[in-house]
Unconditional design. Sequence first.
Length: 394
Amino acid sequence: MNGLRRICSALLALALLAGCGGKQEISELAIVTGVGLDLSDDGEGVRVTAQIVRAADARGQTGAPAGGTGEPIYSVSAEGETIFEAIRNLARVSSRRVYWAHNFVIAMSEEYAREGISDMVDFFTRNHELRMETKVVVTPDRAEELVSTRTGIEILPGESIEKLFWYSDIVGEAPQTNMMHIEEMLLSKTTHPMIARAKLRKAGISNKKPEKGASVNQVELAGAAVFKLDRMVGWLTPDQTKAAVFFIQKVESLTIPLACPKEEKRKATAELQGHRFHATPSLKDGEISFRVTMDVAADLVEYGCNEPLESALPDLEKLLEEDLRGGIESMLEVAQNDYQVDFLKLGDRVRNEYPVYWHRVERRWDGIFPGVEIEVDVHAEITSPVLKVRGGRK
């Protein structure tokens, strides 16, 4: 029994020693909550901006604690020929080791994204500290400015951008993009990346100067950047992104204003509550085509028309169908004619349905995709609490 106790004591001591051997004191770490990637000033390298949390000042108080500045973040930049060199060069101005485990977002400027993002994906996926759920955005602004802009609600700008993704499904104007999704798309032989667009917009109203209206920069998540392989080739508008998102992920909700059938200046609003979306390939005489079908159930959440609701509903349903079908067709035209890249995972559907055909064309899919015929069919049904109370349509 005494021998067993000694063995247990020895194992416990070893466990304690092992736990302390690689310890990292929080006070010795520069905890990154957001990172921005821009081209260096000479355009030959990369500029990395790290948004570092100031633990002593990140508690939301209005006054600075003793020895603090009152600012919850400290942003610092450094340049290098590669991302790794730029991060190492942060040591010239940072008194703590950069720590990535709590990073919320990676923001890339448009100029950086157009030069290629494979180095970014390679570096951050090799970094064992980084979470693969870290959100990734492309911005038409300077990335260093985007990650350093404080918003009015959250204390940390990086956390604020991440939380925009939590509720983006309500608007449906941006795809859910994180490191895992982007790595998957870059490795895919069928799909090119599409990454959410984040932009600074004067949307906040200063409490001290409300008469100026919207004068404070906020981060807006809407639209998407389209890539061919690892290089950005252009933007999708928020409306085009709404249509594209149906192809790549589940859409939880969508709000669509509709003109009243007999009064174009007056509006009704439908909110998508459920849908069935299918993009089905068909192979005939060696030619591939698609039929996109969408069955939509929507609620009428606002009705500003003078016409009786029961008689207006059939026309509103047709308007909703035309809006959704037109949005999808417009987006497909941009994908096939303007950018000529499949960022909609249509190649995945061909590969799964016709693997033998796909084996023959996979290396030529980028050339085939622009000429593929795609038929779009939308059916919508609008319900209203008013009609439910009255016992249905007349």
